[in-house]
Design a protein around this ligand. Structure first.
Ligand code: BES
Ligand code: MN
Ligand code: ZN
Length: 499
């Protein structure tokens, strides 16, 4: 889909379709009001007859509106004028596009970008419209033998803004919105990919392809023999039961005006399949454990968005690729592993594998002397119990970093909620035989997982995002969400302003 912004008057637009809002009850938006005047009351007449009262989700498609140059006018219900939320604004945009897709219109000019969303500017309207539209148009059909039939498709949407002055802001939103939507799509594609295709080597190939596509990116791949010489025994133990070797992909984006500026490091859990290992998972929904690389997918998507925007930053994205399988050679409950930073870990459950892969990766990234390290992981079912599927769990040992991430989350509408860490929780990780146990019991499971990781992050500012509830959807709409690409990209955009 092509997106553009412009500033023009609604009645003069020559287009296949105009999209304008109507509020409850039957109140015309500014653009609809203009059209009503131009057509000598045609719209208000229809509304009086009760064809649309303005509830969110309602639409009415009109042809040949008198004295209007556009072929069609799509009226879209926008709810109560003063109470429009981000969620409703996105729904309205998605609804309009799905209705238009059923018509023969190949392009449209939307005046929904002129609506007033509480606490949001034109920038956010344009950006959220692009993100929401691309999100709802997404299909993963690569493995379907019959491709869906394409009729004449909507190809171009122009967002109108109220004033010439707002155009610069809207252009910026266009750039950011398109980059984020692309990043989200890339993350969804790799996460939806089946685990017999998307294995750690596949993640490494994607990482290398980014370096081929952008001059700002260089990629380095670390294989199992190199991991062994680095002392990453914990990471390797998880991988040992799998026939697919582990790869750690390091994607370096260098574009800060000061080449020596300390990088921001993003670490993604990349379990391309998590069977649970010897502590095997129940069969029901086990297929969804292909999404256990959602953290790595989001880092990959964020690196893509970053490169598209060409932000003046140094950022390193790390994909910790691995597969957790039961096998004669697999690691077992009771094993004691020596991690790269020297701490020993007693394995009490081979299904708590994410932290074992991440702890060595978090030690590995010390070498970059990072400004901050953020890991992103589908780490615990407990996080879904605590927060459900709308907020990612945020944990951090550095208040300012937590604050920046929470801000980015609410700005981007990619929500996160903070959970505590602390020495009280460390007590739950006590082992009789090693420095740490890899599980901390049933209570506060998301927190004890975060607490475990914090033992390996003493050398830098660190935050952890548990995305177990937000990275994908189950049920009839099963599929990756591409979260938290918007949150992470927003954080980087904010960083580029303060750089
Ligand atoms: N990848 C899972 C976490 C997960 C499970 C995410 C279900 C989303 C849905 C992780 O590796 C795991 O298995 N965690 C265990 C930890 C437990 C053994 C302490 C869990 O959450 O059950
Ligand atoms: Mn697991
Ligand atoms: Zn896992």
């Amino acid at each position: 889909m092509e997106f553009l912004v412009k500033n023009g008057s609604v009645e003069k637009q020559r287009t296949a379709c105009l999209i304008v809002g109507v509020f409850e009850s039957r109140r015309l938006s500014a653009a609809a009001e203009q059209l009503d005047k131009q057509s000598e009351g045609y719209l208000s007449q229809l509304l009086r007859k009760g064809d649309l009262d303005g509830k969110v989700g309602q639409t009415l498609l009109l042809h040949y509106v008198p004295n209007v140059s556009a072929d069609r006018v799509l009226l879209v219900g926008c709810g109560k004028e003063r109470e429009l939320t981000e969620r409703q604004y996105k729904q309205i945009n998605q609804k309009a596009i799905s209705v238009l897709n059923e018509t023969g219109a190949t392009e449209a000019v939307s005046f929904l970008s002129e609506l007033h969303v509480k606490g949001r500017s034109v920038y956010w309207n344009v950006r959220f419209a692009i993100e929401a539209i691309q999100d709802s148009l997404y299909r993963f059909v690569e493995f379907k033998s019959a491709q869906p039939e394409q009729r004449r498709q909507l190809r171009k949407i122009v967002f109108n803004v109220e004033s010439r002055k707002a155009l610069a802001e809207a252009e910026q939103a266009l750039l950011h919105g398109k980059a984020i939507a692309t990043g989200v799509t890339f993350a969804k594609n790799v996460a939806n990919c089946p685990p017999n295709v998307c294995n750690p080597a596949y993640l490494a190939t994607l990482a290398k392809n980014l370096a081929a596509d952008y001059e700002t990116i260089e990629t380095q791949i670390i294989d199992e023999s190199e991991m062994a010489s680095l002392g990453m025994e914990s990471y390797l133990a998880v991988s040992r039961g799998s026939a697919n070797p582990a790869y750690l992909s390091v994607i370096k984006y260098q574009n800060h005006p000061n080449p020596n500026a300390k990088p921001i490091v993003l670490v993604g859990k990349g379990l391309t399949f998590d069977s649970g290992g010897i502590s095997i998972k129940p069969s029901e929904s086990m297929d969804e454990m292909k999404y256990d690389m959602g953290g790595a997918a989001s880092v990959y998507g964020t690196m893509k968005a970053l490169a598209e925007m060409n932000l003046p930053l140094n950022v390193i994205g790390v994909l910790a690729g691995c597969e957790n399988m039961p096998d004669g050679n697999a690691y077992r409950p009771g094993d004691i592993l020596k991690t790269m930073n020297g701490l020993t870990v007693e394995v009490l459950n081979t299904d708590a594998e994410g932290r074992l892969v991440l702890c060595d990766t978090l030690t590995y990234v010390e070498r970059f002397e990072p400004e901050a390290v953020i890991d992103i992981a589908t780490l615990t079912g407990a996080c879904m119990i605590a927060l459900g599927t709308h907020n990612s769990g945020l944990m951090s040992t550095h208040h300012p970093l937590a604050h920046e991430l929470l801000n980015a989350a609410s700005e981007s509408d990619d929500k996160a909620w903070q959970l505590p860490l602390g020495e009280e929780y460390q007590a739950q990780l006590k082992s009789n035989f090693a420095d740490l146990a890899n599980i901390g019991g049933r209570l506060g499971g998301a927190i004890t997982a975060g607490q475990f990781l914090s033992n390996f992050t003493q050398k830098y500012h660190w935050a952890h995002l548990d995305i177990a509830g937000t990275a994908w959807k189950s049920g009839a709409d099963k599929g990756a969400t591409g979260r938290p690409v918007p949150l992470l990209t927003q954080y980087l955009i904010n960083k580029s302003h303060s750089a």
